[in-house]
Design a protein around this ligand. Structure first.
Ligand code: GLC
Length: 537
């Protein structure tokens, strides 16, 4: 059975295979380990898994440096393990999308090895070469902390090669039709294995043109449309999710006329949720929503609080960035590039009410939510680990040594060891057994969201109740109407809300309580950080 637009109501869950579950005792999570946790994902209630890269890779950028597009990293398992995973995910009513990294390969990819050693090989033209490092000077450097230039001299090749990320990730040359064909072949390979789509990595940078910043070029859009066309022609119900860390007007173009991406991450909204929470004022969120253009009917925003990267501060002004760093990353070790390398729970002071509130926004603002693995239990981070590894530590399943993640002595990364985030305090088992845990709150929100498709596709209307700290809005459509009230302040608030429509009864869908109404003007006494999801009948 096909369910068109399924992604508009779906709750996504992002998984790093290496970190999730090791069932072989190697210290590395693997695909079979993940398969053994599908029951957990089903219980949590998520609809679609986003699998971070599982391809063969030297792992110098955690798998975003691919050395073979059509295979699985042997550390994680085999293609058979992967097929079994897809099958079992589907049998449990869950979908699965995987990362597709198309901008670059690893320098250990055979294409690059041949390209650098043989000027006359057809693979030479798979990459972008130059005799000088002067071309495309208007392109910014993304990994500011480690890279000095987007060009790196290659002694073997006797030329510079172009890379937007680490120098170990040479960019593919999209002017070469053979490269474009290769990527469609890679898509086919995985789609034929029944994956439900791709989170397409780093899409703005496919083409380069002199005199531009080499981002969001029309040539790039043309190829992305070709990818969408290929998907639609040959498969049903599959999706493309766009990672373009850009301003809303630029991201808008990645939806095309409903003929490019199905979904795109909303990068500018994310930091503004954190601003609003700390400033006790919803105006940063309102600003981001006002800046958000309309998108085609078959398209959807993907909203998130955290992911595997730093909390990026590219889509804020310089003063906002400084404010965010001061507020959320007081220790310079917490900063990387233009962002903050911390997880959700530590960012929010491990305050369960505040984390619940942040999730309430994630689940009720327009778009489909993504949960980053471990954030559903409030996992911590480790800023002593390099790069973004501090937010990629082993999943904490229980309080045993190895956290139920692995029985090995040495793990790919240490488990969080300090209170209040060590497994003794934060683990799935305890969270599931405790009626009042964060896991239970998030679980309830997932279930409620799934029962009410208005959250996925309804319209949004701000309701001004006169207090900056109380973010009140309505979602309506599909014959449903919700009043959402979020107190962004730790202090209690009394607010009056004037309902426009004729409503007889309010049902609090998170607690199940219902209130008959006798008047249009309602008074709420909110506790600090309280949130209400009220269905209007
Ligand atoms: C994306 C990924 C990031 C990776 C980069 C280069 O931004 O999210 O983890 O390092 O692309 O592939």
């Amino acid at each position: 059975m096909t369910i068109p637009l399924w992604y508009k109501n779906a709750v996504f869950y992002q998984i790093y295979v290496r970190a999730y579950k090791d069932d072989l005792g190697t210290g590395f999570g693997n695909i079979r380990g993940l398969s053994s946790k599908i029951g957990y994902l089903k219980e949590l209630g998520v609809d679609c898994i986003w699998l971070m890269p599982i391809y063969p890779s030297p792992l110098r950028d955690d798998g975003y440096d691919i050395s073979d597009f059509c295979n699985v990293n042997p550390q994680f398992g085999t293609l058979e393990d992967f097929q079994a995973l897809v099958k079992s995910v589907h049998e449990n009513g869950i979908r699965i999308i995987m990362d597709l990294v198309i901008n670059h390969t690893s320098d250990e990819h055979p294409w690059f090895k041949i390209a650098r050693s043989d000027k006359n090989s057809p693979y030479r033209e798979y990459y972008v070469w130059s005799d000088s490092a002067d071309r495309y000077r208007d392109a910014r450097i993304i990994f500011l902390d480690t890279e000095e230039s987007n060009w790196t001299w290659d002694t073997e090749a006797g030329q510079y090669y172009w890379h937007r990320f680490y120098s170990s990730q040479p960019d593919l040359n999209y002017d070469n039709p053979a490269v474009r064909q290769e990527i469609l072949k890679v898509m086919k390979f995985w789609l034929d294995m029944d994956v439900d789509g791709f989170r397409v990595d780093a899409v703005p940078y496919l083409f380069e043109r002199e005199g531009t910043n080499c981002e969001n070029l029309s040539e790039t859009h043309d190829f992305l449309k070709e990818m969408r066309h290929f998907l639609e022609e040959n498969y049903q119900d599959r999706i493309l999710l766009c990672e373009a860390n850009q301003w809303p007007e630029d991201v808008r173009d990645y939806f095309g006329d409903g003929d490019e991406f199905h979904m795109a991450f909303h990068f500018p909204l994310m930091p503004r949720i954190f601003m609003a929470l700390k400033q006790h004022d919803f105006s940063p969120i309102q600003w981001a929503l006002q800046k958000t253009p309309n998108i085609p009917k078959n398209s959807q925003w993907c909203i998130f609080l955290r992911n595997h990267d730093e909390l990026t501060l590219e889509m804020v002004t310089e003063s906002e960035r400084q404010w965010m760093w001061d507020a959320y990353a007081p220790d310079p070790k917490m900063r990387i590039n233009l962002g903050i390398r911390r997880r959700l729970a530590p960012l929010l002071g491990n305050n369960k009410d505040l984390i619940g509130l942040a999730n309430s926004l994630l689940f009720t603002l327009p778009g489909s939510p993504v949960i980053y693995y471990g954030d559903e239990i409030g996992m911590g981070d480790n800023i002593d680990l390099q790069d973004r590894n501090g937010v990629r530590t082993p999943m904490q399943w229980d309080a045993t040594p190895g956290a139920g993640f692995s029985t090995a002595e040495i793990l790919y990364a240490p488990i969080i060891s300090d209170a209040p985030f060590s497994p003794e305090f934060v683990n799935v088992k305890d969270e599931q057994n405790n009626e009042y845990s964060l896991w239970q709150i998030i679980h309830k929100m997932i279930l409620a969201r799934k029962q009410h498709p208005v959250f996925g596709s309804g319209s949004f209307r701000l309701i001004n109740c006169g207090k900056p700290a109380v973010f009140c809005f309505e979602r309506s459509g599909l014959e449903e109407k919700f009043l959402l009230i979020n107190n962004l302040s730790p202090e209690g608030q009394k607010v009056k809300v004037l309902l426009e429509s004729d409503c007889q009864r309010l049902i609090d869908v998170l607690s199940g309580m219902s209130f008959p109404l006798h008047q249009q003007e309602l008074t709420f006494h909110l506790e600090g950080y309280q949130f209400l999801w009220l269905k209007m009948e």
